[in-house]
Design a protein around this ligand. Structure first.
Ligand SMILES: C[S@@+](CC[C@H](N)C(=O)[O-])C[C@H]1O[C@@H](n2cnc3c(N)ncnc32)[C@H](O)[C@@H]1O
Length: 300
């Protein structure tokens, strides 16, 4: 464990990857490097590991190992950067989605309801879109959609109206400004849960998390060798649904395509039935493991 991030379901992820010592692996969410370090332990001297992270802070955890290469990019560009690094085909891909503990704990990144800071929430500090821009410039209809769909917030309509009305008088620049403006919309006794939903919605929009996940998943089949493993861990139902549908049907909605003979046309088979979850023991030691869902698939 590092202070940066305590890796979730480390053992289960390694089992899912089923590592071949001389294979090439990609960890698309390097973070504190907990999963990457474990992958390297399973690799022989001819193995390779490419690690992506779009957050410049993750680079401080860089691993000095000649089998390791860091890619400071969004994983939505998986195929291009794997190709650039001469890494295709790969034997396994790991994605541990969402935000790291470090990102939540750094007050000035604006991810957490615990600290007052600018409304930022960018994983990639060089990106243009911030939570401040979303809150102060998006239309009422767009805010309604974001809070309703990404935050699964019941009163998303009145919440959006409150924000749009308040910002006519005063810009909403900080976490404290936002909490203040929406305080009358927050159900009593459920303050933390509600604010966490509001923040989740903004974070997903700022980082275009669902779009990036879909683009990434759609490229995995082209990058993996036959028999290669896709291992994805998600922390909320919107992501898990996309991963589940993609593995089961090769697409994000609708039914699986069939060929002329009625066979399923999809690139992956699920390795385990349903999602794998953390043990009670791990959840006791790492609260973040509570909501984790791990899905493993094999490329046909
Ligand atoms: C949950 S943490 C991963 C923790 C890591 N497995 C470990 O053991 O420390 C997720 C990391 O992925 C990065 N990330 C999230 N979405 C990304 C994306 N679309 N492209 C690149 N990196 C991303 C975040 O910046 C964060 O550092």
């Amino acid at each position: 464990m590092t202070d940066y991030h305590n890796p979730v379901m480390l053992q289960e992820c390694m089992e899912g990857l089923n590592i071949k010592p001389d294979g090439t692996y990609v960890d698309v969410t390097f973070g504190g490097g907990g999963h990457s370090r474990e992958i390297l332990k399973h690799l022989g001297k001819n193995g390779r590991l490419l690690a992506f992270d779009q957050d410049a802070d993750a680079q401080r955890n860089m691993i000095e190992d000649e089998r390791f290469e860091f890619v400071d990019q969004n994983f939505r560009y998986l195929k291009n950067f794997c190709r650039l690094h001469g890494a295709i085909p790969v034997s396994g891909i790991l994605a541990d989605l969402g935000v790291s503990s470090h990102q939540f704990d750094e007050a000035d990144r604006g991810f957490s309801i615990r600290f007052d800071a600018e409304l930022d929430m960018r994983m990639n500090q060089a990106a243009e879109l911030t939570a401040k821009i979303v809150v102060n410039t998006y239309s009422e209809a767009d805010l309604h959609r974001i809070f309703g769909v990404y935050g699964e917030i019941q009163n998303a309509k009145s919440l959006s109206h409150t924000i749009v009305t308040a910002r006519l008088n005063v810009p909403i620049n900080t976490v404290a400004d936002l909490k203040n403006v929406i305080s009358d919309r927050i159900p009593r006794g459920k303050e933390n849960k509600y604010l966490a939903q509001v923040f989740q919605a903004l974070r997903i929009e700022v980082n275009q998390e669902l779009e990036a996940l879909k683009e990434f998943l759609a490229q995995t089949a082209e990058v993996l060798e036959p028999g290669g493993r896709l291992v994805v861990m998600s922390y909320h139902s919107l992501e898990d649904r996309l991963v589940k549908n993609f593995i089961a049907k090769g697409k994000f909605s609708g039914e699986v395509e069939k060929d002329f003979f009625g066979n399923d046309q999809k690139p992956f088979d699920a390795v385990s039935r349903g999602a794998i979850t953390a043990t009670d023991e791990e959840i006791k030691n790492n609260n973040r493991a509570r909501s984790a869902k791990l899905r493993v698939a094999v490329k046909k």
